[in-house]
Design a protein around this ligand. Structure first.
Ligand SMILES: Cc1ncc(C[n+]2csc(CCOP(=O)(O)OP(=O)(O)O)c2C)c(N)n1
Length: 633
């Protein structure tokens, strides 16, 4: 498609001077660019298609070089990127060295905040607005938050705080009734109620705004009376209280059709200079303008790539995620005490089938990781066996709840941590690099790191059936690269009644004493590839793999490393404070222990295998490190 407006030369001034017809064409062009790029590079399609008109409206009203615009999560910032100087590089979206799929302050001066984890926008906006007031400048601060992200405690904490403050800031609530899947919870019902009454609220809105803007002094008392009368009528007509936002001290306006650029411009312009925090409620359709994404927005929330004509999404197939989901169905059929909890990620964690099979023992709590964890404590205290399925990166939110509400009481709660390790094109905010440090340092916690599908299944059985306290099972994004239980493979692991197949270290290689690699969980494949490279060069050592990493089987480790001077630990997690550091503490001083892991967490978008190379934890890098060290000794 030839673009008439979208391009490198579409400056801020030009955007502001577009006619309504031109803005309409620009929206079509943005959609085309987003669809074609995401079909090739993968990315967050449905959310981006939903905010095209909103982005054009925001940039028509605000001065993006001066005002602060914050996209919550940031997965919907593609139009913003295309209109703020990144059109020429947009083909590199989510590729190595390319445009990030999320706002990045290092990428553009117009990205206000690095985001990726949800519900941070209102807090950050509050800080920016307060700083602006202290500095005495007149810029605007705008946070755009989705109805899904509004479920998180962090967003409530922020709204509760700003309601008592008169700092000028605009929150745009982008309500599409969806999180990744259908939105959940009482607040989403509250929003639905407001939507039903939208005509009434729009009428009030126009009069009220007129009074606020045109008669700032006289209008105030008049408006107070009007609001009281309005609330009375609302009570009579709907038997409903004002919106939760008004109760919390915000000025609430809405509802605006989020695909009507002109209505958005009109309404944003009307509220932008009001004193105090304003919430403008807009309604959008996820996937707008691309039929397959409109029909099944969850499927197109984050896609790996797709065929534009047919909508067929590439990828799929068996993965650690699907193995986890299927195993939970099997375990829950056998044990009625198992209950599974997720935080707005039933599809992402492979639990859709489980949720249909056991709806009464499935709890999607929305984007509320901390609540999920403490809720699990309640279930565990009542004799249930909760399994909390949350991506490694997002469980970081719940550090204190795991420690204080689960570990100190030694409650039997299982944490299923998907996407542990490097995650690929989403980039550094989404890596799961801290779970090993976090969970290994907690009292009573058992930590298991499976290396392949079978060991994941065994780990889940062990965690649910054998462990009595808290237990974390961490597994990577994507598909297994080895199957150590394959009877055809060398040193095939076999299922043992006493669970020794996952309790004891797995001995993958025992050909010499030049070195020993102790790999953690899914780093097995890279450890083994290092062994193969070194063997070809006449350097022979041992390779053992740990599945249970806490408690450490230190006696076995000591026995297995006996006679070997150089011990290299290898893990896909942050090196400092990782499993390697515990191994170094537990084995005798006769050994020299070198910890190999990820030293710098800021590994940008690239394929997972490329990210391993960048981090120096792939087979070749490990072999090179070992060779270098041996040649020096
Ligand atoms: C703390 C945290 N948990 C989970 C996620 C995964 N996640 C990314 S977007 C999203 C849904 C957000 O819904 P909403 O805010 O309504 O935005 P929409 O995609 O519907 O536009 C979720 C759950 C995240 N980014 N951060």
């Amino acid at each position: 498609m030839e673009y008439k407006y979208l391009g490198n030369d579409l400056t801020e001034e030009k955007i502001k001077s577009l006619t309504p017809e031109a803005r309409h064409v620009l929206c079509d062009e943005l959609r085309d660019k987003i669809i074609t790029t995401v079909s090739e590079n993968g990315g967050h399609l449905a959310s981006n298609l939903g905010v095209v008109e909103l982005t054009v409206a925001l940039l028509s009203v605000f001065d993006y070089k001066k005002d602060k615009i914050i996209w919550d999560v940031g997965h919907q910032s593609y139009s913003y990127k295309l209109l703020t100087g990144r059109f020429d590089r947009f083909d590199t979206l989510r590729q190595e060295g390319g445009v990030s799929g999320f706002p990045r302050i290092s990428e553009s001066p117009y990205d206000t905040l690095d985001t990726g984890h949800s519900s941070t926008s209102v807090s950050a906006a509050a800080g920016l607005a307060r700083a602006r007031d202290l500095l005495g400048d007149d810029s605007h601060v705008v946070a755009i938050i989705g109805d899904g992200s509004l479920n998180s405690g962090l967003a409530y904490e922020a709204i509760n705080d700003i309601g008592q403050n008169k700092s000028k800031m605009l929150i745009i609530l982008n309500d599409n009734e969806m999180s990744i899947d259908k939105n959940v919870g009482g607040l989403s019902k509250h929003l639905a109620n407001i939507r039903v009454k939208s005509g009434y609220l729009s009428a009030k809105h126009t009069t009220e705004l007129f009074l606020r803007r045109k008669l700032p002094v006289l209008g105030k008392p008049l408006m107070k009376t009007m609001i009281a009368v309005k609330d009375f009528f609302r009570f009579i007509v709907y038997r409903k209280k004002p919106t939760i936002f008004e109760d919390l001290g915000l000025l609430y306006y809405g509802i605006v059709d989020g695909h009507d650029t002109e209505a958005l411009i009109k309404n944003i312009s009307a509220v932008k200079d009001l004193q105090g925090p304003v919430l403008l409620h807009i309604v959008t359709k996820k996937g707008k303008g691309y039929k397959p994404a409109e029909d099944t927005p969850s499927d197109y929330h984050g896609v790996s790539g797709f065929d534009i004509a047919t909508g067929k999404i590439s990828g799929g197939g068996r993965s650690f995620t699907s193995v986890f989901g299927n195993k939970m169905i099997e375990l829950a059929s056998r044990d009625k005490k198992i209950a599974v909890i997720c935080a707005a990620m039933s599809s992402g964690t492979g639990l859709v089938d489980y949720s249909f099979k056991f709806p009464e023992r499935f709890f999607d709590c929305g984007i509320a990781e901390e609540h999920c964890v403490t809720m699990a404590a309640g279930l565990a205290l009542s004799g249930y066996k909760p399994v909390v399925a949350i991506y490694s990166t997002f469980i970081q939110r719940a550090y204190d709840e795991i420690l204080h509400d689960i570990c100190y009481m030694n409650l039997h709660v299982v944490f299923a941590l998907d996407r542990a390790g490097l995650v690929g094109n989403d980039g550094h905010t989404h890596h799961g690099l801290y779970d090993l440090n976090m969970f290994c340092s907690m009292p009573n916690m058992t930590v298991i790191a499976p290396r392949d599908y079978k060991s994941l299944q065994r780990a889940l059985e062990y965690a649910v059936i054998n462990v009595e306290g808290p237990c974390a099972v961490r597994y990577p994004r994507g598909a297994e690269s080895v199957n150590t239980y394959d009877p055809g493979s060398d040193n095939a692991a076999t299922v043992k009644e006493d669970c020794s197949d996952i309790k004891d270290p797995y001995i993958a290689e025992d050909k010499g004493t030049d070195y020993c690699i102790i790999s953690v969980g899914n780093s097995f494949a890279d450890g083994q590839s290092a062994v193969d490279i070194l063997s070809e060069q006449g350097i022979f050592g041992k390779h053992i793999n740990l599945t249970i990493v806490k408690p450490l089987n230190d006696k076995s480790i000591e026995a297995l490393t006996s006679g070997v001077h150089f011990v290299f630990t290898l893990e896909e997690g942050i090196t400092a404070g990782g499993v390697g550091t515990y191994i170094a503490q537990c084995i005798s001083a006769d050994h020299e222990v070198i910890n190999i892991g990820i030293d710098d967490p800021m590994i940008r978008a690239a394929s997972q295998s490329r990210q391993k190379e960048i981090a120096g934890i792939d087979g070749k890098s490990v072999a090179d490190k070992i060779k270098r060290l041996l040649s020096r000794s």
